[in-house]
Design a protein around this ligand. Structure first.
Ligand code: FPP
Length: 252
């Protein structure tokens, strides 16, 4: 089997195969660089192959009728990578939307960009805004794509919005509660993250969805993101189904 695509198709699961599925899955797609190195390719090829995995994961998430999928595509720290790598990621953003937007829209997927779009070059920013506008009224899977995203920056943004509302007399300080904060995050109106997956064996949250992951179950499959298959995804979803979630309470 070649390195580029898993030509052997194994059975994938359908919604009815699961006793319990998460409503919101979040994924840190880690290991593209190591995959490229392992195959003596440049890092851009690792990210390109990572996008192939992403396509399959989005399709499967939609087939399973999971409500929300959040993917970490570019963090606020990723700007510090080499000019070549950042350039390759910028190109992948354009390529991804060009090739996927029609199918995603047809499938009723709503795309949201989580993060500050202001720092992106004009071309990328326009494509991102266009994708959000075009799919904004869709009612199927919500696909949150984190771009120039940081969890702390998101909380700072929410704190500023709350402070402004208090200053403007729209909000009483005593009425500020957890919901007040949730309502001012990029993910407003969406369920909290139920399952967080980080591939490549790294066990860190890396400033991802800090507030939304408060009660998430975490899974850290060792496989590098470009090799993460739909079957690996099914396995993670099955493992989630087997977890006992207590939300701070006790088992009865
Ligand atoms: C982490 O791997 C991955 C990233 C920093 C970028 C992930 C981006 C994509 C899969 C493509 C972009 C997405 C869209 C929607 C166009 P790493 O490079 O840190 O891996 P390493 O730890 O092995 O070096």
């Amino acid at each position: 089997m070649g390195i580029f695509k898993k030509t052997v198709r194994r059975a994938v699961m359908v919604r009815e195969d699961f006793q319990k599925l998460p409503r919101h899955v979040a994924i840190i797609m880690d290991g593209n660089g190591r995959w490229a190195k392992k195959h003596k390719l440049n890092v851009a090829m690792g990210h390109r192959q990572g996008v192939e995995t992403l396509r399959e994961v989005i399709r499967h998430t939609d087939d399973l009728k999971i409500e929300a999928l959040t993917i970490y595509a570019f963090s606020t720290e990723n700007w510090n990578r080499s000019k070549e790598e950042v350039g390759a990621l910028m190109q992948l953003i354009l390529d991804f939307f060009k090739s996927e937007i029609d199918e995603l829209d047809e499938k009723n997927v709503r795309i949201l960009i989580l993060g500050d779009k202001a720092l992106f070059p004009d071309k990328q920013r326009e494509v991102l805004i266009e994708a959000e506008n075009r799919t904004g009224g869709n009612t199927g899977l919500t696909l949150n794509i984190c771009l120039n995203y940081g969890g702390r920056a998101e909380l700072v943004r929410a704190a500023k919005a709350i402070a402004q509302d208090v200053k403007d007399g729209k909000l009483n300080v005593n009425d500020v509660n957890e919901q007040t904060i949730s309502d001012r995050l990029y993910t407003t109106g969406q369920p909290d993250v139920d399952l967080m997956i980080r591939t490549s064996g790294e066990m860190r949250l890396s400033n991802f969805l800090l507030y939304q992951c408060a009660y998430a179950e975490f899974l850290f499959p060792k496989v590098l993101w470009p090799d993460f298959s739909v079957q690996d995804y099914d396995e993670a979803l099955m493992a989630y189904g087997g977890r006992e979630r207590r939300f701070g309470g006790r088992l009865r």
